[in-house]
Design a protein around this ligand. Structure first.
Ligand SMILES: Nc1ncnc2c1ncn2[C@@H]1O[C@H](COP(=O)(O)OP(=O)(O)OP(=O)(O)O)[C@@H](O)[C@H]1O
Length: 345
């Protein structure tokens, strides 16, 4: 049994224009001890997916269909109180901004101790205080600062404090949503290394949600690439980044600097993701894909399994022979939209 199994998950938001299909038919699984990265541009549904997993969708958001099985129990069928019990102890979240997750009126120590005592009622004050000291040391904070309020910490320290809090109860699953985006590059690297170290010690799994493929390359075993609410491609990190089978992954990879090929031009994928209230039929990436055909615009791609990857591109099987050389060229992605349409078929 996998630690987490998500099947055909649909998460929608009620909007004035109708339901926005922010997560649409997403399936994946996560094994114990494994790290899975979820990547994709802003708005592709990464945070919505995480919020649905931990049960913190805003009022207008709801799970429309699908299953989220954690250790064999369906989270979508649990009551709020059952889910609250799981939070921190079994599943914890490191959010994008620590400021929004830490309570400004309590010291950091009070907040961590409160989380420990709520979930482990037998834990005495001395033991909880010891856990705080240990966690502070693990994330590289001076334990003497645990009695400070969040506003007395710098941004980087707050982020570390939140990581300490998220890991204090040794959860089986950590959801890290852009855990280091607000930090400078050196701090990002240090914090990612800390998280991986602690994770090894407490043997937990992690879902790393980010738009930055280098964060995933550094921390994850597998990657799920999302585009406009759907899975574009999924597989082991090495394979996804070395030999992807979806044009979107090829484009996304080329949009970030590659230390192995520093001479390569960075490219930007032209255009914007589609509206999610009335998404296009066919492949959601078709309008921005330089290789799209009429079939892509009409028929939704199914999963193709190749080389240990799951790719949702009609032409995944042909990528090796015909499309990859084309997709690897910057000029392919620099074409104007008119040229794409003229030459697309
Ligand atoms: N409360 C909301 N009401 C309506 N639509 C929403 C709401 N929250 C998010 N959305 C929409 O759902 C889609 C997915 O958003 P989400 O924040 O999950 O994406 P994301 O990939 O995490 O983006 P980012 O990297 O910017 O956080 C977007 O189109 C967004 O506009």
């Amino acid at each position: 049994m996998s630690l987490l199994e998500v099947e055909d998950l649909e998460v929608y938001y009620e909007t004035d224009e109708g339901p926005a299909q922010a997560v649409d038919g997403v399936s994946f699984s996560l094994e114990a001890g494994e790290n899975l990265g979820i990547v994709g541009e802003s708005g592709c549904g990464k945070t919505t997916l995480a919020k649905a997993l931990i049960g913190i969708l805003p009022n207008e958001g709801y799970v429309n269909a699908g299953r989220i099985e954690f250790k064999g129990d369906d989270l979508t069928e649990m009551s709020d109180s059952e889910r609250r019990r799981l939070k921190w102890e079994e599943i914890s979240m490191i959010a994008q901004s620590a400021m929004n997750s830490l309570d400004p009126v309590y010291t950091i120590r009070e907040q961590i101790v409160e989380a420990i005592e709520t979930h482990r009622p037998g834990t005495g004050r001395v033991e909880s205080t010891e856990i705080v000291t240990e966690m502070f040391e693990l994330v590289g904070l001076d334990p003497d600062r645990a009695d400070d309020y969040p506003h007395q910490f710098s941004g980087g320290m707050r982020q570390r404090a939140m990581i300490a809090m998220a890991l204090a109860l040794e959860p089986s699953l950590i959801l890290a949503d852009e855990p280091t985006t607000a930090l400078d590059v050196i701090m990002q690297d240090q914090i990612l290394k800390r998280i991986s170290q602690i994770q090894d010690e407490i043997q937990s799994s992690m879902l790393v949600i980010t738009h930055d493929v280098s964060v995933v390359a550094e921390t994850c075993d597998r990657v799920l690439v999302m585009y406009a609410g759907k899975v574009a491609e999924e597989g082991p990190v090495e394979e996804i980044f070395n030999q992807p089978y979806h044009p979107y992954t090829i484009g996304l990879k080329r949009a970030f600097p590659n230390i192995r090929q520093p001479e390569q031009d960075l490219l930007s994928i032209k255009g914007y993701p589609p509206e999610l209230v009335d998404p296009p039929t066919g492949c959601r990436f078709a309008a921005r894909c330089p290789m799209a055909t009429d079939r892509c615009r009409e028929e939704e791609p199914k999963a193709h399994r190749i080389n240990g990857l799951r790719s949702y591109c009609h032409y995944a099987e042909d990528i090796d022979t015909e499309l990859r050389p084309h997709a690897d060229r910057s000029e392919t992605w620099n074409q104007t939209e008119a040229a794409q349409q003229a030459g697309g078929d």
